[in-house]
Design a protein around this ligand. Structure first.
Ligand SMILES: Nc1ncnc2c1ncn2[C@@H]1O[C@H](COP(=O)(O)OP(=O)(O)OP(=O)(O)O)[C@@H](O)[C@H]1O
Ligand SMILES: [Mg+2]
Length: 351
């Protein structure tokens, strides 16, 4: 549905052109919710503005629905842009217009007949759950309601693509959840393709099918959300994932970790469960087979796109050969077993 190939964008600076996008290539399938995440200044907003050609790329191509937007201008570009709806962080509603008239705005620009316009707006307000607020003004609405108006307005001209730039960043966590649920529902029911720009991994985790990580104008990692969360490859991704998956060890344990082997010490192992393995009674089987004792130090289970993803940090004690065999056994069952360090025997009681 969207093909971005080798996109470059430079802005003029005092000492010559400043590169902001440096060769971005992304392909988004029809009906997909595609997340783009990155730190502030990574180039996310510039990238969305290049997708709808509000900003002209310095180099590279943007194709939406089979049409090369980067090759168009004038009326042809304006017509093609109607295929693309846009949702903004600060809603961008007109305060002097009612909810109904805000949603109707794009239809006025394309001269839709009055009766058809009214029907369309009524349907859109129902879709976003705001039928009873049609005659209210933006100032009378909560943030979440304002964003629902923004979404209804973006859908008015029946776009096939919706671009959301930090659409939930001004909302509290509960409201964010409900707006994301709405986006997911309309993506599924209308077959709408959504590109979701955010700096919050929680947003990606909640609704995206795939994600690309943007860092200093480059895509440093992309893939299915579950895979990127469970095996992040790039340091930026790892840092973003850590913020939401609560993988940090408690300070009391982290400060006692040693990284050099000593005779009377115990292994501290982080075991990661994904997918079906999360339900298997592999741990108890391992304890029985290899004669090692396990003491749970820290545990956490999460769901990414309804698939379980858990981590368990354990203190493992036993003969060295038994410990190694136990870890091999876990890995053989597709569990990740990562040795974080060792703690001294005397320290163990405090754990
Ligand atoms: N019109 C412009 N002229 C010059 N520089 C610009 C322009 N627009 C963006 N930039 C620069 O490009 C870089 C990326 O900006 P952009 O707004 O795309 O980042 P972002 O990832 O959306 O950040 P944020 O999370 O803060 O919204 C920044 O250094 C910014 O100063
Ligand atoms: Mg931005």
């Amino acid at each position: 549905m969207i093909a971005i190939d080798d996109l470059h964008k430079e802005f003029p600076g005092p000492d010559g052109p400043v590169p902001v996008l440096r060769g971005v290539s992304l392909h988004v399938a029809k009906g997909e919710i595609f997340g783009i995440i990155g730190r502030s200044g990574a180039g996310k907003s510039t990238l969305v503005r290049c997708i709808n050609l509000l900003e002209r790329p310095s180099r590279g191509s943007v194709t939406v629905g089979g049409r090369a937007l980067s090759a168009l201008d004038g009326p042809a570009l304006r017509a093609a842009r109607r295929e693309i709806g846009m949702v903004f962080q600060h809603f961008n509603l007109l305060s002097s217009r009612t909810v109904r008239d805000n949603v109707a705005l794009p239809l006025e620009l394309t001269r839709v007949p009055r009766a058809a316009k009214r029907r369309r707006v009524t349907d859109l307000l129902e879709l976003v759950g705001l039928s009873d607020q049609a005659e209210s003004y933006p100032a009378q609405l909560s943030g979440g309601q304002k964003q629902r108006v923004g979404i209804a307005r973006a859908l008015a001209s029946r776009p096939s693509v919706l671009l959301c730039d930090e659409a939930t960043s001004a909302l509290d966590p509960e409201t964010t959840k409900s707006v994301l649920a709405l986006l997911k529902e309309i993506s599924r029911s209308l077959g709408l393709t959504i590109v979701l720009i955010t700096h919050e991994m929680q947003v990606i985790k909640e609704i995206a099918d795939r994600v690309a990580v943007l860092d200093e104008g480059r895509v440093v990692e992309q893939g299915r959300v579950f895979d990127v969360f469970t095996s992040p490859a790039h340091s930026t991704t790892r840092a973003l994932v850590r913020e939401v998956l609560n993988l940090e060890l408690p300070e009391s344990l982290a400060s006692r970790l040693r990284h050099t082997p000593s005779t009377a010490s115990h292994l501290v192992v982080r075991i990661t469960f994904t997918g079906a393995a999360a339900h298997a009674p592999i741990m108890s089987e391992m304890v029985r087979r290899f004669g090692v004792s396990f003491n749970i130090l820290h545990g956490h289970i999460d769901y990414i796109q309804d698939a379980p993803y858990g981590t368990l940090t354990v203190d493992a004690a036993g003969p060295e050969s038994g410990l190694q065999a136990a870890l091999d056994f876990l890995r053989h069952h597709n569990l990740k077993a990562e040795i974080l360090g060792r703690v001294a025997e005397t320290d163990r009681a405090v754990a």
